[in-house]
Design a protein. Sequence first.
Length: 218
Amino acid sequence: MSEPVRVLLADDEALLRGTLRLLLDATPGMTVVAEAGTGREAVRLAEAHSPDVVLMDIRMPELDGIAATEQVTALRDAPRVLVLTTFDLDEYVYRALRAGASGFLLKDTPPVRLLDAIRVVAAGEALLAPSVTRRLIAEFARVPAARRVPGRLDGVTRREREVLTLITRGMSNTEIERHLHLSRGTVKTHIGRLLTKLSARDRAQLVIVGYESGLADR
């Protein structure tokens, strides 16, 4: 039997934390290792308990969820961070992903989808809904090119750049396979090389690199 996914809950609402704990602890293959009521406490408990996933609220006292995410993902055995918030705003989405979050969900997400999201993020994948990706692309389209962060695509091959462009546009692996007429294994190989070359933790970080390198414009 595989080890359960270990989750840290970070939210300043005790009632919500309690509800989430009941849900996760009742789900086979998941367990809550700790609860944090502030951003600073979330960082301390993440370091102490080494969870697989942190469910992170945006608005918390002492340290907001975005700053806490940045510190948590910088830890030696960094967990994945799944941002769970009431605020469906482009600014929060981008800042959370830029800080190192692997996904973004609203608090009114159905329980089944939340559990699936935790599993996806724990497995090392990114959770980026197409609607979020489209909004991020629209946001970047409004930012003058001169103000963007310079790309870091040196050493990336032409084919890898094509794959990264499609990832940036929100395409799944299956869609990339069809678009470029490549096998599933070849697409996974290209993605693995991109992760290594760009020092990216997961697909979400590849999307950020793609945005900042101007690939969303192409």
